[in-house]
Design a protein around this ligand. Sequence first.
Ligand code: G4P
Ligand code: NA
Ligand code: NA
Length: 194
Amino acid sequence: MKELKERIIHDGIVIDNRILKVDSFLNQQLDPALICHIGTEFARRFSDTPIDRIVTIESSGIAVAYAAALAMKNIPVVFARKKMPSHAMENTYHTSVYSYTKEETYEVAISKQFLPAGESVLIIDDFLASGEAALGLASLLQEAQCNVAGIGIVIEKSFQPGRQRLQEAGYRVEALAQIEKFENDRPVFNQAKS
Ligand code: G4P
Ligand code: NA
Ligand code: NA
């Protein structure tokens, strides 16, 4: 997605050839027009697949998941919570996710009432790195007896193992910007696809 890649080049900040900060348009401040175009692009890429619902994780996935759901004719969006009151956990699907970037494990939970069995569900997230977050969401969906329609990612770090792990597990991955590597604190995009 050209507009997204241009924005990353213009406003993204690379830290230690390792982390891309996109706080000025995606992770803290939001650019509504760009987020809206991201949603439209997800809808276009997955237009060949029936999708009943979108699932993401709080907090950074919510805006892009919302935009995609609106573009997909207003289907429901559900976000997994990272902090659920313990009394509420028993009526949830939940699993733990290890974050390599933050070096911590957190629990993600979704109330069972918001994952009806038999639906086709699209997973959306802002970043794909190790793939832990997406694999965690996929396992919740399996437990809920939903079909994983695919995984939509805004920014993929292709040099990390996330995409390969998800594809080996049988999931279709669509990423709107694929970063092949960082070089001198600049992102180098994979030109082949996104
Ligand atoms: P994963 O997201 O594929 O599971 O990989 P990893 O465990 O490495 O990522 C942990 C968290 O760090 C995730 O955020 C992920 O989006 C974020 N992350 C990974 N690489 C980058 C990067 O280069 N730049 C930025 N900005 N974030 C990165 P999270 O735990 O889901 O937190 P939240 O931001 O959604 O609240
Ligand atoms: Na994030
Ligand atoms: Na995220």
